[in-house]
Design a protein around this ligand. Structure first.
Ligand code: NZQ
Ligand code: ZN
Length: 392
């Protein structure tokens, strides 16, 4: 096991009706003037925003609002949010929504305290300080409620880029599984795919003997394989929703990646798809991740066998381990198909002829990425090609 630091300072407030106390948590973490940041309307329609406003007022807090965050959030709204915060003396940001809202909130939080262009942070500059932030989560997916990461798309050139800093971790995150019951089945499945991908990015490692982390990864993956079809069949199943919501946090706050190297190439390759086609990040991952697995599995066949046996219940074939590895990848793709995810470019709405453009924007040039298997531009093109034509 490699040396590591693990820092996850967020207070998680989990369960039914917990959002009604959001005002108390904002006060606890020093907020007095709040920006409520939210998305395209689901939080208003469900009555959640009404309850949030009531709670803030009950706690004697003043607030201003900025809605309209779109999935794969854009930089233009971030600039607007920074301006509002500066003009109105906002000292706390409350994100009410999913990963897109939380990521946009984090970008605003960093930008308000910075003299330059906030995009600098998405071009390599480290975020040293940010306004404090709280989260009320409405979709189990990105894991941004427990991570220090944020991903924003720059409209000029449609560049989707990320940043990461402990300064961006939420002070508190309210996780009420009931809030996810209004999600369409497709969004639930996109979220589930993203959660599994966050684990796989850490599961496929070149560091040996990190058994505790392997087993934690497998616990999250097995939970997702069991619970996702249950919520697709019965969207009001609170217990299944609760397991998925917590799995989404555990998958991405760092704990299932400690002590070893990680990959993240599938995420980088996917981000070019959601930037170009504005598809859901989870749907893009459903097409990319099994294709990446098919491309790299020979690098460590036994690790893929371990996934096949422990997560997807395959029988180990000791005489021909490759068949077990491939069966595991096949079961993963079939699972994604069964929960309603796209399998190939056509089902996603992507075009094979765009592959050169996708590869160019990925920006590897003549170099290689890092990770489980370092990838060149040619490797990325080959993975996009497998994804374009994949079938069940
Ligand atoms: O905008 P509204 O009307 O709220 O609708 C949203 C949106 O259309 C809807 N929705 C959310 N909660 C709902 C609901 N609809 C009904 N009922 C509810 N309770 O769902 C749609 C998707 O929301 P979004 O926030 O975009 O989803 P997600 O949480 O998957 O976030 C995706 C973004 O997170 C980034 C992705 O790249 C993408 O931009 N990621 C962020 C990460 C991080 N910060 O750590 C890591 C991830 O790997 C990921 O890259
Ligand atoms: Zn993701």
């Amino acid at each position: 096991m490699d040396n590591f630091n693990f820092y996850s300072p967020t207070e998680f407030v989990f369960g039914k009706d917990r959002e009604s106390a959001c005002g108390e948590y904002v006060k606890k973490y020093g907020g007095s003037k709040v920006l409520i940041h939210y998305g395209g309307g689901s939080a208003e329609r469900s009555g959640l925003l009404g309850r949030v406003r009531e709670s803030l007022s009950r706690s004697g807090l003043s607030f201003t609002e900025l809605g309209g965050v779109q999935p794969n959030p854009h930089d233009s709204l971030v600039y607007k949010g920074i301006e509002i915060c500066r003009n109105e003396g906002v000292d706390f940001i409350l994100a009410v929504g999913g990963g897109s809202v939380i990521d946009s909130s984090k970008a605003i939080a960093a930008g308000v305290l910075y003299d330059g262009d906030f995009w600098d942070f998405y071009s390599g500059k480290h975020v040293e300080k940010a306004l404090p932030l709280g989260v009320i989560l409405t979709i189990a997916a990105a894991g941004s409620e427990g991570s220090g990461d944020s991903v924003i798309t720059k409209e000029d050139g449609m560049l989707k880029r990320g940043t990461g800093s402990d300064a961006l971790r939420s002070r508190f995150s309210i996780l009420n599984p009931e809030l996810t019951q209004t999600l369409p089945a497709y969004q639930t499945a996109c979220g589930a795919t993203d959660i599994m991908a966050h684990v796989f990015e850490r599961y496929f490692t070149n560091t040996k003997e990190v058994e505790i982390t392997d087993r934690l990864c497998e616990a999250v993956l097995v939970t997702m394989v069991r619970e996702t079809p249950r919520v697709i069949a019965d969207p009001d199943n609170y217990e299944a929703r609760a397991n998925i919501m917590w799995a989404g946090m555990v998958a991405h706050n760092g704990i299932v990646g400690v002590g070893r190297s990680q990959d993240w190439n599938s995420h980088a390759i996917e981000h070019e798809l959601s930037a170009l086609y504005d598809c859901a990040h989870g749907a893009g991952l459903a097409v990319i991740m099994p294709s990446w697995m098919e491309y790299v599995y020979k690098h460590d066949v036994m690790r893929f066998c371990q996934m096949a046996v422990r997560v997807f219940g395959c029988q180990m074939n000791f005489e021909d381990p490759e068949t077990t590895a491939l069966e595991g990848i096949h079961r993963f793709r079939s699972f994604l198909h069964r929960i309603g995810m796209p399998v190939n470019f056509t089902e996603l709405g992507a075009k094979e002829e765009d592959i050169p453009q996708l590869v160019e924007k990925l920006g590897l040039g003549s170099g290689k990425s890092q990770g489980f298997v370092p990838l060149s531009s040619e490797d990325a093109a080959a993975i996009y090609k497998i994804a374009a034509k994949a079938k069940i």
